[in-house]
Write a protein that binds this ligand. Sequence first.
Ligand code: AMP
Length: 199
Amino acid sequence: MRIILFGPPGSGKGTQAARLCKAWGLPQISTGDMLREAVRRGTPTGREAKEYMDRGALVPDEVMTRVVEERLSQADCAGGFLLDGFPRTLAQARALEESLSKRGQAVDAVVSLLVEEEEVVRRMAGRGRDDDSEEVIRNRLKVFRKETEPLTRFYQARGKLLEVLGVGTVEEITERIQAALAGFVRGNASGARARTSGA
Ligand code: AMP
């Protein structure tokens, strides 16, 4: 399965991504974690990314698509993966689509976690991460609305979007995602059978 977990910063994406990957045995590709690790190690990518991350801005698309392409070409991603925090712009979504299609692959589903903005601010303020000061949080939300939210239309148009309410306990949300995905996969399989038998 190739899944994208989508949602505003502070929506609980990272927490849910880790739980789903464990349940399904998929590698979790978290671009935020990868970048934080690159910053910590002082790699060229980390040095380039840091100034953007510190102000809650997006790291340039060329950097991100290269980082993700490299990661997805590793052997553990051959049978599927879960992307957490990528794509975040239309350019990234298009680059991902193109790079997967070269390998005869595509994203199966995009799970979008729906959480109200007030709740997101409250959650982020409690995390204590370097890029979680109030000003930076506001900027990250602004960037999300402007650059990232339009991606829901991109994936909706491809019949890939699954919206899941991201409020409740961590366990409830995981179950909701699993139930929604199971229904989605079943629906697609029967759709594919119908198309095949009708042809
Ligand atoms: P996250 O942990 O996903 O909230 O990401 C933390 C920060 O890393 C973001 O605020 C961005 O500065 C950067 N980042 C992570 N993923 C991406 C991406 N796909 N495109 C651009 N910047 C990203």
